[in-house]
Design a protein around this ligand. Sequence first.
Ligand SMILES: [Zn+2]
Ligand SMILES: [Zn+2]
Length: 172
Amino acid sequence: MQQQWDIILRDLPEQGCAWDVSLPRSVMADVHVGTVQAIEALCGDVHWRGEIARKGECYHLTGHWQAAIRRQCCRCLRQFDWQVAGDVVRDFRLAQRDGAPDDEDVLPPPGELALVDLVREEIWLAWRGDVPCDEACKGLCPSCGCDLNTGSCHCREDNDHHPFAALRKLKL
Ligand SMILES: [Zn+2]
Ligand SMILES: [Zn+2]
């Protein structure tokens, strides 16, 4: 199932190859496919376009991916579709006795490049721990838990009427 997303570097045609595909959610989220941790919370397919061309002994890959992942807002705790995208620039080389520079991925011949795993890796690299549903999300009131996006609470007002509210204005 995975093979159709792989590239064999040694079999790459002279002019290289280019693609513009949707990596199915069913493959990207399948823990039994590939070796890199699956992206289980994907909302849909991952759009993935790119190209790879041989330059001497080096295989130069450039690409762009785009995905939506079901996440929980770090401010209001609502579930939302996190839109994330990234550019990929990678150099690969077939393993040889002499080795290769450190900034290139070295693959044993014939150079099987598992693109599902490569894109998963890129998605995990782009992962951010805390994501808001919207940069303007107001979050929850820390006192009463009210969602400040959908309504307002009276906590702040109440605080101002608190007998010690004036103390807040003091600079200690
Ligand atoms: Zn939010
Ligand atoms: Zn409140």
